[in-house]
Ligand binder design. Structure first.
Ligand code: BGC
Length: 438
Protein backbone atom coordinates (compact mmCIF):
# COMPACT_ATOMS: atom_id res chain seq x y z
CA UNK A 1 0.00 0.00 0.00
CA UNK A 2 1.43 3.45 -0.86
CA UNK A 3 2.21 5.45 2.21
CA UNK A 4 -0.10 8.38 2.69
CA UNK A 5 1.64 11.74 3.09
CA UNK A 6 1.97 13.03 6.63
CA UNK A 7 -1.12 14.92 7.71
CA UNK A 8 -0.86 18.69 7.80
CA UNK A 9 -2.51 20.05 10.86
CA UNK A 10 -4.18 23.37 10.56
CA UNK A 11 -2.33 24.80 13.53
CA UNK A 12 0.98 24.51 11.68
CA UNK A 13 2.82 27.30 9.94
CA UNK A 14 1.94 27.73 6.27
CA UNK A 15 5.35 27.36 4.66
CA UNK A 16 6.82 29.06 1.61
CA UNK A 17 9.38 27.38 -0.66
CA UNK A 18 13.02 27.47 0.38
CA UNK A 19 14.95 30.41 -0.98
CA UNK A 20 11.81 32.54 -1.23
CA UNK A 21 12.63 36.22 -1.71
CA UNK A 22 11.14 38.50 0.92
CA UNK A 23 11.50 42.21 0.48
CA UNK A 24 9.97 45.58 -0.24
CA UNK A 25 9.98 47.87 -3.26
CA UNK A 26 10.46 51.58 -3.96
CA UNK A 27 11.03 53.74 -7.02
CA UNK A 28 13.58 56.52 -7.42
CA UNK A 29 11.33 59.53 -8.01
CA UNK A 30 9.02 58.53 -5.16
CA UNK A 31 11.70 58.38 -2.48
CA UNK A 32 14.93 60.07 -3.55
CA UNK A 33 13.95 63.75 -3.77
CA UNK A 34 15.12 66.62 -6.00
CA UNK A 35 14.68 64.82 -9.28
CA UNK A 36 14.88 68.16 -11.02
CA UNK A 37 15.73 67.07 -14.57
CA UNK A 38 12.67 64.87 -14.94
CA UNK A 39 9.33 65.42 -16.66
CA UNK A 40 7.54 64.71 -13.39
CA UNK A 41 9.35 67.53 -11.61
CA UNK A 42 8.13 70.02 -14.19
CA UNK A 43 4.62 68.54 -14.25
CA UNK A 44 4.32 68.91 -10.48
CA UNK A 45 5.33 72.58 -10.59
CA UNK A 46 2.81 73.29 -13.33
CA UNK A 47 -0.11 71.03 -12.51
CA UNK A 48 -0.12 69.98 -8.87
CA UNK A 49 -0.67 72.01 -5.69
CA UNK A 50 2.51 72.73 -3.66
CA UNK A 51 1.58 70.01 -1.17
CA UNK A 52 1.80 67.58 -4.09
CA UNK A 53 5.31 68.50 -5.21
CA UNK A 54 7.84 65.74 -4.68
CA UNK A 55 10.45 68.18 -3.29
CA UNK A 56 13.00 66.28 -1.25
CA UNK A 57 10.50 63.38 -0.97
CA UNK A 58 12.03 60.95 1.59
CA UNK A 59 15.53 62.23 0.92
CA UNK A 60 16.57 58.66 0.21
CA UNK A 61 19.14 60.01 -2.20
CA UNK A 62 21.11 60.80 0.97
CA UNK A 63 19.56 58.44 3.50
CA UNK A 64 19.76 55.21 1.53
CA UNK A 65 22.20 53.50 3.92
CA UNK A 66 19.89 54.15 6.84
CA UNK A 67 16.87 52.81 4.89
CA UNK A 68 18.74 49.69 3.82
CA UNK A 69 19.79 49.13 7.44
CA UNK A 70 16.12 49.26 8.37
CA UNK A 71 15.18 46.70 5.73
CA UNK A 72 18.01 44.50 6.97
CA UNK A 73 16.92 44.83 10.58
CA UNK A 74 13.45 43.75 9.48
CA UNK A 75 15.01 40.59 8.06
CA UNK A 76 14.29 41.29 4.39
CA UNK A 77 16.54 39.28 2.11
CA UNK A 78 15.72 41.11 -1.15
CA UNK A 79 15.05 44.65 -2.28
CA UNK A 80 13.52 46.21 -5.40
CA UNK A 81 14.39 49.78 -6.41
CA UNK A 82 14.88 51.85 -9.54
CA UNK A 83 17.51 54.14 -11.00
CA UNK A 84 16.70 57.55 -12.40
CA UNK A 85 17.46 58.11 -16.06
CA UNK A 86 16.95 61.90 -15.68
CA UNK A 87 19.82 62.11 -13.17
CA UNK A 88 22.20 59.96 -15.15
CA UNK A 89 21.54 61.65 -18.50
CA UNK A 90 20.18 65.12 -17.68
CA UNK A 91 20.93 66.36 -21.20
CA UNK A 92 20.90 64.41 -24.44
CA UNK A 93 24.09 62.35 -24.63
CA UNK A 94 25.57 63.95 -21.53
CA UNK A 95 26.09 61.28 -18.91
CA UNK A 96 26.82 62.47 -15.39
CA UNK A 97 29.65 60.38 -13.99
CA UNK A 98 28.94 61.52 -10.44
CA UNK A 99 25.39 60.17 -10.63
CA UNK A 100 26.60 56.89 -12.12
CA UNK A 101 28.97 56.54 -9.18
CA UNK A 102 26.14 57.43 -6.82
CA UNK A 103 24.06 54.50 -8.06
CA UNK A 104 27.11 52.25 -7.87
CA UNK A 105 27.36 53.16 -4.19
CA UNK A 106 23.64 52.64 -3.60
CA UNK A 107 23.62 49.20 -5.17
CA UNK A 108 26.87 48.22 -3.48
CA UNK A 109 25.32 49.25 -0.16
CA UNK A 110 22.52 46.75 -0.79
CA UNK A 111 24.94 44.00 -1.75
CA UNK A 112 27.12 44.67 1.30
CA UNK A 113 24.06 43.98 3.41
CA UNK A 114 23.46 40.70 1.62
CA UNK A 115 20.29 41.62 -0.32
CA UNK A 116 19.20 40.03 -3.56
CA UNK A 117 18.76 43.10 -5.75
CA UNK A 118 15.98 43.62 -8.27
CA UNK A 119 16.57 46.77 -10.31
CA UNK A 120 13.97 48.62 -12.36
CA UNK A 121 15.42 50.57 -15.27
CA UNK A 122 12.34 52.72 -15.94
CA UNK A 123 9.68 53.54 -13.37
CA UNK A 124 7.38 56.17 -14.98
CA UNK A 125 9.74 59.20 -15.12
CA UNK A 126 11.58 60.52 -18.17
CA UNK A 127 14.37 63.05 -18.54
CA UNK A 128 12.81 66.34 -19.55
CA UNK A 129 14.67 66.38 -22.85
CA UNK A 130 13.12 63.00 -23.73
CA UNK A 131 9.66 64.28 -22.78
CA UNK A 132 10.29 67.30 -25.01
CA UNK A 133 10.72 65.10 -28.08
CA UNK A 134 7.39 63.38 -27.33
CA UNK A 135 8.37 60.82 -24.69
CA UNK A 136 7.46 57.24 -25.50
CA UNK A 137 5.33 58.39 -28.42
CA UNK A 138 8.51 59.05 -30.35
CA UNK A 139 10.24 55.89 -31.55
CA UNK A 140 13.61 57.63 -30.99
CA UNK A 141 12.96 57.25 -27.26
CA UNK A 142 13.47 53.49 -27.54
CA UNK A 143 16.87 54.19 -29.12
CA UNK A 144 17.77 56.67 -26.35
CA UNK A 145 16.54 54.31 -23.64
CA UNK A 146 18.62 51.45 -25.00
CA UNK A 147 21.66 53.75 -25.21
CA UNK A 148 21.14 54.81 -21.59
CA UNK A 149 20.84 51.18 -20.49
CA UNK A 150 23.99 50.21 -22.38
CA UNK A 151 25.84 53.07 -20.72
CA UNK A 152 24.81 52.35 -17.14
CA UNK A 153 24.66 48.55 -17.03
CA UNK A 154 28.43 47.86 -17.21
CA UNK A 155 28.91 50.03 -14.11
CA UNK A 156 26.26 48.37 -11.99
CA UNK A 157 25.69 44.84 -13.26
CA UNK A 158 27.87 43.27 -10.54
CA UNK A 159 25.38 44.45 -7.95
CA UNK A 160 22.15 43.47 -9.67
CA UNK A 161 20.49 40.04 -9.60
CA UNK A 162 17.22 40.70 -11.46
CA UNK A 163 16.47 43.29 -14.13
CA UNK A 164 13.05 44.86 -14.52
CA UNK A 165 13.13 46.76 -17.80
CA UNK A 166 9.84 48.65 -17.37
CA UNK A 167 7.37 49.26 -14.59
CA UNK A 168 3.67 48.96 -15.48
CA UNK A 169 3.53 50.12 -19.10
CA UNK A 170 -0.27 49.76 -18.97
CA UNK A 171 -0.70 52.05 -15.97
CA UNK A 172 1.52 54.64 -17.63
CA UNK A 173 -0.67 54.63 -20.72
CA UNK A 174 -3.87 54.67 -18.69
CA UNK A 175 -2.84 57.65 -16.54
CA UNK A 176 -1.38 59.59 -19.48
CA UNK A 177 -3.91 59.00 -22.25
CA UNK A 178 -7.12 57.87 -20.56
CA UNK A 179 -7.19 59.61 -17.17
CA UNK A 180 -4.82 62.29 -18.50
CA UNK A 181 -3.45 63.17 -15.07
CA UNK A 182 0.24 62.39 -15.62
CA UNK A 183 2.94 64.22 -17.60
CA UNK A 184 2.41 64.24 -21.31
CA UNK A 185 -1.36 64.02 -20.68
CA UNK A 186 -3.35 64.09 -23.86
CA UNK A 187 -6.16 62.46 -25.73
CA UNK A 188 -4.72 60.61 -28.68
CA UNK A 189 -5.49 57.08 -29.77
CA UNK A 190 -2.56 57.17 -32.15
CA UNK A 191 -0.22 58.50 -29.46
CA UNK A 192 -1.43 55.79 -27.14
CA UNK A 193 -0.84 53.04 -29.69
CA UNK A 194 2.61 54.39 -30.56
CA UNK A 195 3.54 54.56 -26.88
CA UNK A 196 2.46 50.98 -26.37
CA UNK A 197 4.44 49.75 -29.35
CA UNK A 198 7.54 51.75 -28.42
CA UNK A 199 7.44 50.39 -24.89
CA UNK A 200 7.20 46.82 -26.18
CA UNK A 201 10.11 47.46 -28.51
CA UNK A 202 12.19 49.09 -25.74
CA UNK A 203 11.63 46.04 -23.57
CA UNK A 204 12.63 43.62 -26.34
CA UNK A 205 15.78 45.57 -27.19
CA UNK A 206 16.93 45.81 -23.61
CA UNK A 207 16.11 42.14 -23.00
CA UNK A 208 18.27 41.19 -25.96
CA UNK A 209 21.11 43.42 -24.87
CA UNK A 210 21.09 42.17 -21.27
CA UNK A 211 21.14 38.57 -22.46
CA UNK A 212 23.92 39.12 -24.94
CA UNK A 213 25.98 40.78 -22.19
CA UNK A 214 25.26 38.17 -19.53
CA UNK A 215 24.79 34.89 -21.32
CA UNK A 216 24.90 33.04 -18.00
CA UNK A 217 21.72 34.90 -17.42
CA UNK A 218 20.51 37.30 -14.88
CA UNK A 219 16.75 37.09 -15.18
CA UNK A 220 15.02 39.90 -17.07
CA UNK A 221 11.33 40.79 -16.97
CA UNK A 222 8.87 43.62 -16.43
CA UNK A 223 6.70 44.57 -13.46
CA UNK A 224 3.15 44.50 -14.76
CA UNK A 225 0.05 45.79 -13.02
CA UNK A 226 -2.31 42.82 -13.03
CA UNK A 227 -5.98 43.22 -12.12
CA UNK A 228 -8.42 40.65 -10.93
CA UNK A 229 -11.64 41.00 -12.97
CA UNK A 230 -15.00 39.51 -12.12
CA UNK A 231 -18.54 39.75 -13.45
CA UNK A 232 -21.16 41.06 -11.05
CA UNK A 233 -23.82 38.61 -12.23
CA UNK A 234 -22.63 35.10 -12.96
CA UNK A 235 -25.33 34.63 -15.61
CA UNK A 236 -24.56 37.81 -17.55
CA UNK A 237 -22.82 37.00 -20.81
CA UNK A 238 -22.09 40.66 -21.59
CA UNK A 239 -20.42 41.13 -18.20
CA UNK A 240 -18.35 38.04 -18.81
CA UNK A 241 -17.32 39.29 -22.24
CA UNK A 242 -16.21 42.54 -20.56
CA UNK A 243 -14.18 40.49 -18.08
CA UNK A 244 -12.42 38.48 -20.80
CA UNK A 245 -11.74 41.49 -22.95
CA UNK A 246 -10.30 43.55 -20.10
CA UNK A 247 -8.33 40.61 -18.80
CA UNK A 248 -6.75 40.24 -22.23
CA UNK A 249 -6.05 43.93 -22.77
CA UNK A 250 -4.78 44.73 -19.28
CA UNK A 251 -3.17 41.50 -18.17
CA UNK A 252 -1.99 39.75 -21.32
CA UNK A 253 -1.54 42.16 -24.22
CA UNK A 254 1.98 43.33 -23.37
CA UNK A 255 3.12 39.72 -23.01
CA UNK A 256 1.47 38.82 -26.33
CA UNK A 257 3.60 41.51 -28.05
CA UNK A 258 6.81 40.53 -26.27
CA UNK A 259 6.69 36.75 -26.32
CA UNK A 260 9.84 34.86 -25.32
CA UNK A 261 11.44 37.94 -23.77
CA UNK A 262 10.52 37.31 -20.15
CA UNK A 263 12.55 35.13 -17.79
CA UNK A 264 10.03 35.75 -15.05
CA UNK A 265 6.67 37.41 -14.61
CA UNK A 266 6.74 40.40 -12.29
CA UNK A 267 3.28 41.00 -10.92
CA UNK A 268 2.11 44.16 -9.19
CA UNK A 269 -1.25 43.39 -7.66
CA UNK A 270 -3.59 46.04 -6.23
CA UNK A 271 -7.04 45.92 -7.84
CA UNK A 272 -10.18 43.86 -8.06
CA UNK A 273 -12.81 45.09 -10.51
CA UNK A 274 -16.40 43.86 -10.94
CA UNK A 275 -18.12 44.55 -14.24
CA UNK A 276 -21.80 45.34 -13.99
CA UNK A 277 -24.51 45.95 -16.59
CA UNK A 278 -25.43 49.51 -15.72
CA UNK A 279 -26.12 50.66 -19.23
CA UNK A 280 -25.65 49.00 -22.59
CA UNK A 281 -22.01 48.31 -21.92
CA UNK A 282 -20.92 46.72 -18.64
CA UNK A 283 -18.77 49.09 -16.59
CA UNK A 284 -16.72 48.67 -13.42
CA UNK A 285 -19.30 48.75 -10.65
CA UNK A 286 -17.12 50.73 -8.24
CA UNK A 287 -19.08 49.18 -5.38
CA UNK A 288 -17.15 47.47 -2.68
CA UNK A 289 -19.22 44.97 -0.71
CA UNK A 290 -19.67 46.35 2.79
CA UNK A 291 -18.10 43.28 4.29
CA UNK A 292 -14.78 44.11 2.63
CA UNK A 293 -12.06 46.33 4.07
CA UNK A 294 -10.82 49.17 1.91
CA UNK A 295 -7.55 51.09 1.94
CA UNK A 296 -7.35 54.83 2.65
CA UNK A 297 -7.67 55.25 -1.13
CA UNK A 298 -10.90 53.25 -1.19
CA UNK A 299 -9.21 50.32 -2.92
CA UNK A 300 -10.90 47.06 -2.02
CA UNK A 301 -9.04 44.55 0.10
CA UNK A 302 -9.63 41.39 -1.84
CA UNK A 303 -7.04 38.73 -1.02
CA UNK A 304 -8.66 36.09 -3.24
CA UNK A 305 -7.78 38.30 -6.19
CA UNK A 306 -4.09 37.62 -5.87
CA UNK A 307 -4.79 33.87 -5.95
CA UNK A 308 -6.91 34.38 -9.05
CA UNK A 309 -4.33 36.39 -10.99
CA UNK A 310 -1.54 34.03 -10.00
CA UNK A 311 -3.39 30.94 -11.17
CA UNK A 312 -4.51 32.77 -14.32
CA UNK A 313 -0.98 33.81 -15.30
CA UNK A 314 0.84 30.66 -14.15
CA UNK A 315 3.32 29.74 -16.83
CA UNK A 316 6.49 27.73 -17.08
CA UNK A 317 8.55 30.69 -15.87
CA UNK A 318 8.82 31.84 -12.25
CA UNK A 319 6.61 34.56 -10.85
CA UNK A 320 7.72 37.30 -8.49
CA UNK A 321 5.20 39.58 -6.85
CA UNK A 322 7.10 42.76 -7.58
CA UNK A 323 4.58 44.98 -5.75
CA UNK A 324 1.63 44.49 -3.46
CA UNK A 325 0.66 46.81 -0.66
CA UNK A 326 -1.93 48.95 1.03
CA UNK A 327 -2.18 52.68 1.72
CA UNK A 328 -3.41 52.87 5.28
CA UNK A 329 -2.83 54.81 8.45
CA UNK A 330 -4.68 52.02 10.24
CA UNK A 331 -1.88 49.59 10.85
CA UNK A 332 -4.20 46.77 11.97
CA UNK A 333 -5.58 46.90 8.49
CA UNK A 334 -2.06 46.49 7.07
CA UNK A 335 -1.55 43.50 9.41
CA UNK A 336 -4.67 41.84 8.09
CA UNK A 337 -3.71 42.76 4.54
CA UNK A 338 -0.27 41.17 4.82
CA UNK A 339 -1.47 38.00 6.47
CA UNK A 340 -4.48 37.42 4.24
CA UNK A 341 -2.73 38.25 0.94
CA UNK A 342 0.24 36.07 1.79
CA UNK A 343 -2.09 33.27 2.76
CA UNK A 344 -3.55 33.47 -0.75
CA UNK A 345 -0.07 33.51 -2.29
CA UNK A 346 0.69 30.35 -0.30
CA UNK A 347 -2.54 28.80 -1.55
CA UNK A 348 -1.51 29.55 -5.15
CA UNK A 349 1.89 27.95 -4.54
CA UNK A 350 0.14 24.89 -3.13
CA UNK A 351 -1.99 24.80 -6.27
CA UNK A 352 1.23 24.56 -8.31
CA UNK A 353 2.01 28.18 -9.22
CA UNK A 354 5.74 28.84 -9.22
CA UNK A 355 5.90 31.98 -7.06
CA UNK A 356 9.42 32.73 -5.84
CA UNK A 357 9.25 36.05 -4.08
CA UNK A 358 7.18 38.87 -2.64
CA UNK A 359 8.05 42.57 -2.53
CA UNK A 360 5.73 44.62 -0.34
CA UNK A 361 4.97 48.12 -1.66
CA UNK A 362 6.54 49.98 -0.04
CA UNK A 363 9.48 49.91 2.34
CA UNK A 364 8.81 53.50 3.43
CA UNK A 365 5.96 55.99 2.94
CA UNK A 366 6.61 57.97 -0.22
CA UNK A 367 5.46 60.34 -2.94
CA UNK A 368 2.35 58.81 -4.50
CA UNK A 369 2.43 60.66 -7.84
CA UNK A 370 -0.61 62.91 -8.33
CA UNK A 371 -1.85 62.08 -4.82
CA UNK A 372 1.19 63.58 -3.16
CA UNK A 373 2.29 62.34 0.25
CA UNK A 374 -1.08 61.52 1.82
CA UNK A 375 -1.31 57.82 1.00
CA UNK A 376 0.77 55.87 3.49
CA UNK A 377 1.99 52.64 1.94
CA UNK A 378 5.10 52.16 4.07
CA UNK A 379 6.11 49.37 6.38
CA UNK A 380 8.08 52.22 7.82
CA UNK A 381 6.45 55.57 8.50
CA UNK A 382 8.18 58.73 7.31
CA UNK A 383 7.76 61.90 9.33
CA UNK A 384 8.12 64.48 6.56
CA UNK A 385 8.81 67.29 9.05
CA UNK A 386 12.16 65.84 10.00
CA UNK A 387 12.64 62.83 7.71
CA UNK A 388 12.67 60.47 10.69
CA UNK A 389 11.67 56.87 10.06
CA UNK A 390 9.42 54.90 12.45
CA UNK A 391 8.93 51.18 12.05
CA UNK A 392 5.21 50.36 11.97
CA UNK A 393 4.01 47.33 13.95
CA UNK A 394 2.86 45.72 10.68
CA UNK A 395 6.49 45.71 9.52
CA UNK A 396 7.11 43.32 12.41
CA UNK A 397 4.30 41.04 11.35
CA UNK A 398 6.04 40.86 7.99
CA UNK A 399 9.32 40.12 9.79
CA UNK A 400 7.62 37.35 11.74
CA UNK A 401 6.48 35.79 8.47
CA UNK A 402 9.96 36.15 6.96
CA UNK A 403 11.61 34.56 9.97
CA UNK A 404 9.29 31.57 9.70
CA UNK A 405 9.48 31.56 5.90
CA UNK A 406 5.77 31.14 6.34
CA UNK A 407 2.71 32.27 8.21
CA UNK A 408 2.62 31.06 11.79
CA UNK A 409 -0.73 29.85 12.99
CA UNK A 410 -0.85 32.56 15.66
CA UNK A 411 -0.93 35.17 12.90
CA UNK A 412 -3.66 33.45 10.92
CA UNK A 413 -5.96 33.92 13.84
CA UNK A 414 -5.53 37.65 13.40
CA UNK A 415 -7.40 37.73 10.11
CA UNK A 416 -10.64 37.45 12.03
CA UNK A 417 -9.26 40.29 14.20
CA UNK A 418 -10.74 39.16 17.47
CA UNK A 419 -9.53 41.00 20.57
CA UNK A 420 -7.75 37.87 21.69
CA UNK A 421 -5.91 37.58 18.41
CA UNK A 422 -4.89 41.22 18.59
CA UNK A 423 -3.34 40.61 21.99
CA UNK A 424 -1.38 37.64 20.69
CA UNK A 425 -0.15 39.74 17.83
CA UNK A 426 0.83 42.68 19.98
CA UNK A 427 2.84 40.41 22.25
CA UNK A 428 4.63 38.88 19.28
CA UNK A 429 5.31 42.31 17.79
CA UNK A 430 6.93 43.42 21.03
CA UNK A 431 9.13 40.33 21.07
CA UNK A 432 10.27 40.95 17.52
CA UNK A 433 10.86 44.63 18.21
CA UNK A 434 13.15 43.57 21.04
CA UNK A 435 14.95 41.05 18.84
CA UNK A 436 15.67 43.53 16.08
CA UNK A 437 16.88 46.28 18.35
CA UNK A 438 19.33 43.95 20.10
C1 BGC B 1 3.36 51.82 -8.94
C2 BGC B 1 3.92 52.63 -7.79
C3 BGC B 1 2.78 53.19 -6.97
C4 BGC B 1 1.96 52.03 -6.43
C5 BGC B 1 0.81 52.46 -5.53
C6 BGC B 1 2.17 50.98 -8.60
O1 BGC B 1 1.23 51.09 -9.63
O2 BGC B 1 4.37 51.05 -9.54
O3 BGC B 1 4.75 53.61 -8.31
O4 BGC B 1 3.23 53.99 -5.94
O5 BGC B 1 1.41 51.34 -7.52
O6 BGC B 1 -0.14 53.19 -6.22
Amino acid sequence: MPKSPPAIHDHETIKFPQGFLWGAATSAHQVEGNNIHSDWWKWEQENQPPSHHSGIACNQYNLYEQDFDLAKSLNHNAHRLSIEWARIEPKEGLFDQKEIEHYQKVLKALKNRGFTVMLTLWHFTLPLWVADIGGWENSKTTFYFERFVKKIVPYISDYVDFWVTLNEPGVYIYETYIERVWPHAKKSWIGQAKTFLNLTSAHKKVYKYLHSTFPAGKPVGIANNILSFESYHKHSISEQVAVSLNDFLVNHLFYAFTRKTHDFLGINYYFHVRFKNNSLIPTPSGLVPQTHDVSDLGWEIYPEGIFEVLTDLADDIPIYITECGIASTNDDRRNRFLISYLQEVARAIKAGVNVRGFFYWSLIDNFEWRLGFNPRFGLVEVDYQNQKRHIRPSALVYTDIIQHNGIPHSLLRFIGHTVQAEEVLEKRQKEIAKEITK
